[in-house]
Design a protein around this ligand. Structure first.
Ligand SMILES: Nc1ncnc2c1ncn2[C@@H]1O[C@H](COP(=O)(O)OP(=O)(O)OP(=O)(O)O)[C@@H](O)[C@H]1O
Ligand SMILES: [Mg+2]
Length: 394
């Protein structure tokens, strides 16, 4: 019997990395499936079963659940159910709720006086069903409402609960905005209305910053972060194939990141959150862009070697071997001169813009085993296990 369990629907490299790290740290970890199972509750008690196995008694001894289920909605259900059964959950339901919605996250930051991109929420849907069966197109009024707040220049729209940069789009001017609005419909990731945001001129990179809080201790920000960078698209997130760099965070940024964690943590005893942030750089650029672009070109080769290793078909079966291979591939990529040049430009500009970093998102279940751990220098598995252990202390 162990006190800490990890609930998951799919075991990806992150979950395998948590198991490996738990072994290395000597933390006993139990596994709870959260997909093809039933969770039953009625006045006669609670049941938790797969077609062939009963998990209810295993769950009895568990005091802390690491929630690593993948979809935001499934994670909300998992946290709600385990908390109802008196388990401490990492992250707790309150954090999942704040992080599920970009609007709720931004409101939490806004209330704490944290710098954020100006954001506009228009509750009305672009296509509105009419009683007579027809459809009313609200794009004109929505675009006016957005321009009234954000001006008629560049505007970003995004689904409130989206991930991986999907449907995050940039319009340059009212015509483009109108066209973009017509493609927005309500869905599970965009439940209602339209979210628009000031375009942040972040030059060529944004940041993924990890903050954690152990029970009984103040929040903590890791001093290095993952910078995601490229000139190909205004979206610099890694899912779209952008390159990654380690960035030392100026103390002012670390401090602000802890305030973001506290804002999303809302008084919870422990949490681990990966924040998305962007420096407001504008024209204040510390390096020649042409030279930077040529460094990116020079990095294509080493980066494609990394991507090749990531496609290793037996990575789950031979996980430790894969981990060695990916560590080495990133190691080679990070030891190139082109990497060092881009990293230097990021760190110098970040130091210069340390008071102009805007925060816009919290991720309650971040991917980390490859980029964040190796390049960012933060093994989120250690954070999760450390914070889970802190919840066992009386
Ligand atoms: N207001 C903005 N101004 C400039 N760039 C932005 C803005 N909002 C988002 N971006 C860019 O688009 C990328 C994706 O945006 P965002 O993080 O909001 O989407 P997401 O779907 O949550 O992606 P992920 O799951 O990878 O975090 C960011 O990494 C950033 O590079
Ligand atoms: Mg994001």
């Amino acid at each position: 019997m162990t006190d800490i369990a990890m609930a998951y629907d799919r075991s990806e490299t992150d979950e395998m990395g948590i198991k490996l790290t738990a072994d290395e740290m000597g933390v006993g970890l139990q596994y709870l499936p959260f997909y093809k199972v039933s969770l039953g509750f009625g006045n006669d008690g609670f049941t938790y079963r797969s077609p062939g196995q009963n998990y209810a008694s295993a769950l009895k001894g568990v005091r802390v659940v690491l929630n690593r289920t993948q979809s935001k909605n499934r994670r909300l259900f998992a946290s709600a159910i385990f908390e109802a059964l008196d388990k401490a959950v990492l992250n707790p339901l309150s954090v999942e709720i704040s992080c599920q919605s970009k609007i709720r996250t931004l409101l939490a930051f806004f209330n704490s006086g944290i710098k954020i991109p100006k954001t506009v929420y228009v509750p009305c849907n672009v296509q509105e069903g009419r009683a007579d069966g027809g459809v009313l197109d609200n794009s004109g009024v929505i675009s006016k409402l957005i321009a009234q707040e954000l001006g008629s220049g560049k505007v970003v729209t995004k689904p409130d609960a989206g991930t991986h940069g999907r449907n995050v789009r940039l319009a340059d001017g009212p015509e483009a905005l109108l066209g973009m609005l017509r493609d927005i419909s309500s869905s599970i990731i965009n439940p209602s209305g339209v979210v628009a945001q000031e375009f942040i001129p972040k030059w060529f990179y944004d940041l993924r910053i990890v903050v954690e809080k152990e029970k009984g201790r103040p929040g903590f920000c890791f001093p290095t972060a993952l910078a995601r960078a490229g000139f190909k698209d205004f979206r610099t997130n890694t899912f779209l194939g952008n390159m990654v760099f380690r960035a030392r965070l100026p103390p002012a940024v670390q401090k602000e990141a802890v305030r973001c964690g506290d804002a999303l943590g809302g008084g919870a005893r422990a949490w681990v959150i990966a924040l998305d942030a962007m420096p407001y750089i504008g024209d204040d650029r510390v390096a020649d862009e042409g030279e930077l672009r040529s460094h990116f070109d020079a990095l294509e080769g080493p980066f494609s070697e990394v991507k090749k290793v990531k496609r290793y078909p037996l990575k789950k079966r031979n996980f430790e071997e894969y981990t060695g291979m990916i560590n080495e591939a990133y190691g080679r990529y990070m030891s190139t001169e082109a990497y060092a040049n881009i990293q230097a430009a990021i760190e110098v500009s970040l130091e210069r813009k340390r008071d102009s970093v805007v925060f816009h998102e919290g991720n309650a279940c971040p991917e980390f085993w490859e980029q964040t751990r190796i390049v960012g220098g933060v093994n989120v598995a250690e954070s999760l296990l450390r914070c889970a252990q802190s919840l066992l202390d009386n």
